[in-house]
Design a protein around this ligand. Structure first.
Ligand code: LLP
Length: 427
């Protein structure tokens, strides 16, 4: 459930008409709903708690929001206030989480290529855990920690070698992907880390992919993770935490229906029944996707003589790259639908490549220049992946709460864009 709905002939975000935001802030613009962000976080947390999935000292499990899905500090702060942690993959993301008020003891640092400087930053700021993805990285974390005179809390990220469905570019859990180590490696590295003055192994982690709509591969991976925890403990090693990653899918346009948070939680409770460990999760999409839309304006409609009808928008692939990159399908809704029979459109942006096509052959109510449309389910991996390609200004972000809103990332000016560059002395 989300808080974007038609009231009369107008699409609203909570109690704010999207057309009002478009008028006042301009388009394209991302609009997020506080109520939806909060609801999605709480539904997931409550489902896990109700199923008996616990965290440290029997409290709530750690829900570390994957900052890469939506890194806006106001969004992160909204979630942090409810108790969310942060799953981060760069110094920039750690800084964003800290700026949003996420306590360091709820920040997890993941990623396959952390630099010495990033590791040192994370350790100095006291992040809860570094998820280590390979043996060379384990050695680096140990060296950096010893140089700083600390013992780094690490979890070993395992690649469970299961195919999780979803688009090939976002599957991470097969051994041919770059993420994590095998189960055998994990056991060896865990034992090694336990005898390392720079390391304090606290647990194991996995994340098998994103936009997963079938629980079976997750269940298979999680059962293997349970086995690993038991084997490590059998060897006398201390395992406190089990991080099961993110990956739960959301309903996109005409795509398979994902499992509910309650089904996901029940599956975890079943697989982990009786295992005494503090659980952590790294959800991104399931919290943020349906909490955001991208509002764009129709620049004009171009009808070719043979009949193909192009809906040319002022938003482009640089603002929302998912269709170009993953063949993703976002529902597109007119902000103020006109009467009339639907027409079939190719919905495109102004960027100079054919890939700048949001969708082809989509039936939509009749639209004309100046009309507004909303790309639904764009709150995750939307603004976070936006760029200035074609020297288009970075898309702004707005956060709605009840009948008010705040521009939480303003649109830069062209002067801002140019001021970032410097002339070469010989030019
Ligand atoms: N944890 C780790 C280690 C991850 O790599 C990811 C996502 C997550 C958690 C969060 O996954 P989620 O719950 O959001 O599925 N840009 C792509 C998605 C890339 C996902 C990368 N990793 C897209 O737009 O579909």
């Amino acid at each position: 459930m989300d808080h974007f709905e038609y009231r009369g002939d107008e699409l609203y975000c909570e109690d704010v008409p999207l057309a009002r935001i478009a008028d006042e802030v301009g388009t394209p613009v991302y609009v997020y709903s506080t109520a939806t962000l909060e609801r999605h976080f709480l539904v997931l947390r409550d489902a896990l708690v109700a199923a008996g999935v616990r965290g440290e000292r029997g409290g709530d499990p750690l829900i570390a929001f994957a900052v890469k899905a939506n890194s806006n500090v106001a969004v992160l702060r909204t979630l942090a206030r409810l108790g969310a942690g942060a799953d981060t993959v760069s110094e920039g993301e750690i800084r964003r989480a800290l700026a949003a008020g996420v306590p360091p003891e709820k920040i997890v640092f993941s990623g396959v290529g952390k630099t010495d400087a990033e590791i040192a930053f994370a350790l100095r700021d006291g992040v809860a855990e570094i998820n280590v993805e390979s043996e060379p990285e384990l050695q680096t974390v140990s060296r950096v920690a010893r140089d700083l005179g600390v013992r780094a809390a690490v979890a070993i990220r395992v690649n469970p070698d299961v195919a999780a469905g979803g688009h090939a570019k976002i599957a991470t859990g097969k051994s041919e992907n770059k993420f994590g180590v095998s189960f055998a490696e994990a056991e060896r590295l865990y034992a090694k880390a336990s005898n390392d003055a720079g390391l304090r192994p606290v647990g194991v982690a996995c994340h098998i992919g994103s936009q997963i709509t079938d629980l079976a591969p997750m269940e298979a991976a999680f059962a293997k993770m349970r086995g690993l925890v038991e084997r490590l403990r059998g060897e006398g090693l201390h395992v406190e935490r089990l991080d099961l990653g993110g990956g739960l899918g959301v309903p996109y346009f005409n795509q398979p229906t994902p499992p509910s948070p309650a089904d996901y939680a029940a599956m975890i409770a079943r697989v982990m029944n009786g295992l005494d460990v503090a659980f952590a999760f790294e959800p991104g999409r399931v919290i943020a996707a349906n909490a955001g839309v991208l509002v764009a304006k129709v620049t004009h409609v171009h009808v070719r003589p043979e009949g193909r009808r192009f809906l040319v928008l002022d938003a482009a692939m640089n603002d929302l790259i998912r269709p170009a990159m993953y063949d993703a399908f976002h529902d597109i809704r007119p902000v103020r639908p006109r009467d009339g029979e639907p027409l079939v459109y190719d919905v495109v942006g102004p960027v100079c490549e054919t890939g700048d096509t949001f969708t082809r052959d989509r039936a939509l109510p009749p639209l004309d220049g100046g009309d507004l449309v909303a790309f639904m389910s764009a709150g995750a991996y939307g603004a976070a992946m936006a760029s200035e390609y074609n020297s288009r200004l970075l898309v702004p972000e707005v956060l709605v709460k009840d009948s008010g809103y705040a521009v939480v990332r303003p649109r830069p000016t062209y002067e801002d864009m140019l001021a970032r560059e410097r002339p070469a002395p010989w030019l």
